[in-house]
Design a binder for this molecule. Sequence first.
Ligand code: ASP
Length: 786
Amino acid sequence: MADEGIGGVFGPDWSATGGVVRSICDSLHLPHLEMHWAPSHLHDYHPFTINLYPEPKLLAKALVAVIEDMDWTSFTLIYENTDSLVRMQELLKAHDSQLISEDRVPFTVWQLGEGPDYRPLLKEIQMTSETRIVLDCSVDKILAVLHQAKQVKLMGEYHSYILTSLDAHTLDLGELKSGGTNITMLSLIDRNKYTVQSAIYDLNNPARSSIELDNKKLNLSATTIKTGSALIYDAVQLYSKAVSEMVGDSVRVAPLPCHTPGYYWKHGYSIVSRMKRSTIEGMTGKVELDEKGRRSFFTIVITELSENGQRKIGSWDPLSGITYTRTKSQMDREIYQSISNKTFIVTSRLGKPYLWTKGDNYSGNDRFEGYSIDLIDEISKDLGFKYKFVLVSDGQYGTYNKKTKQWNGLIRELRERRADLAICDLTITYDRRSAVDFTMPFMTLGISILYSKPVKTSPGLFSFLSPLSLDVWMYMATAFLGVSLVLYIGCRISPYEWENPHPCNLDSDHLECVFSLHNCLWFSIGSLTGAGCDLLPKTISTRLLAGVWWFFALIMVSSYTANLAAFLTMERMEDTIENVEDLAKQNKIKYGVLLGGSSLDFFRDSNVSTYQKMWSVMESTRPTVFVKNNDEGVERVLKGKRAYAFFMESTSIEYQVEKHCELTQVGGLLDSKGYGIAMPFNSPYRTAISGSVLKMQESGKLHELKNKWWKEKSGKTCESSKHVPLATNELGMSNVGGVFLVLIIGCTLAFLVAILEFLWQVRKVAVQEKVKHRNFSKKLKQAYTL
Ligand code: ASP
């Protein structure tokens, strides 16, 4: 063709021959316009080639943005061949670092296979419970894949697909919209906006050119136009615009002998550089190229197929990212509309006061009553949906088995899409949250201890000892002995305690001290009991000691009396545990927890040493302390004669305490959490149901419901224990320690004063008898032997 003379080459779209065409165009300086995807690594720079297909890295960026915007933390990618894997590598790279947990990876990748039966693969994907799927395959396979996905139940209400093919908009997906699956498509053609312009330019005879650039809206249906055709159209537009700008240069094609080197088309270079510089508004939106001829600006139109049909919801371009045409309130309105036609399958488990059966005479939802059914009923009235209650077959809440990698209970029902909602006393935990979605918590609570109330005991024979603790009694006895001893020594030292036993005989040298050891003991005990004593100290030191001792006795006796009065009027209760530490410290009272619940997980996974210790005690205790349901736990506490305590959630404890007056909650809450309504991942109804729960919380409806089932329906009011005086505690050293301190200081002072008195007397005798210094020590010895 070049031999005859050509002005440019459009295509080919088969990339294998592209390389040959590119190098021929390079050497002949012929403008070469491509319109197909080419991986970046094949995109060596060819100065005369431009490609109108979106630059691969930018296109991948658009896909990443859409996925991120849709909050897809994990997804499954189904790809067709190596090319599509290359296309998707940017997406995989973007999600590679977001490893969520060992069990939850950000994406899984599956190859579609030869077909035409894709069901085995789709079935396998269905088993993984993944609901978000990115399908990257050629447009002619999409319908077959989606129809087969529907057959294997991979096109349910909670499934979402992204079709990466830019031609997906040409497919008739009408049949698939009834399943409620959300299908998102990306396209370059905005069906509401494209225009077709016509331009004719005769390169052989420029005078005959007619360029009609006025916009003519042609009556073409966008769904029939493939991206490739639209790109050819835009390529021609771009080319014609560049040539039309060069009319003055009288552009003509020239025969270019292909096999003779050195020949090239002289206008080629300027046409190509004009094309790279110019911008047009084509069928695929605004076309802008970079200096290497790659399409650096394009607009991806995001369309969504839902039950309401196919609709543009937004667009992406490299400058402004995602822009939504649908507002948040529009989206909410659509969800509210779709919710009102639905009948939700609500799964639950039996357990008072949340749900229990009324009897065999009822059918349908009437079989049940309880808090859960009332709560769902209120929400359904608010949002206008219907519901059907179904009991979970294994009666479990939902725990993850690491070995089988399977959930059980309510969580499994949701994951396998057998139910739309799960409601009961289902605690929101991190693990469960990674498997299902939860609404706002409708109740907040924590783990606490359910235990029997202490029973009254008759006062013991030695209950008079109770007002003071054993420590205080021991210290008092020691103080009594100590003071007696100090008094005895003080009297020996102090000279003024020595008196003539025969006052009539003034000449007698014989002196006596009345405070013998046993008199000292008598004096101390007499003072302590308030009985008094006929012997009284006379010197400053001993009086000081006696004063302090009397003061001590005063305080101790009045404290004892005051506390004794309280002890006598109070009903004695059995010793009881006051908190979880008390429970952990002892081994008389066994304690346990519900099997397969979040409370068990709390102890098993706790890092707090007390709870760790309690967990290992629980695990090793035989017979087992674990129970299958809360009722069994309550039964065990009731029958256990205060030998068994049960860890239960505070809300359930409140209910049991209202029902069984002999039970009580011990201590505070060990943690803080909430119950929520669970639903399958990505449920579109989460916001609506959460909103309804919030409304009920604000209007006080939740509180009202709780009162109804906890207080009114329990039909029993336990006698308030208000009139029973609280157990009085014995006085400990912390209460009376100060008096002991005063006593010790007093004793020490008395002892020091006694020594001073002694020295004073020695000095007096020495002065009287004019004793010389050297004889002083002799005199001292003499005085001491007195
Ligand atoms: N409400 C808890 C759960 O959801 C049961 C419990 O451990 O008490 O697992």
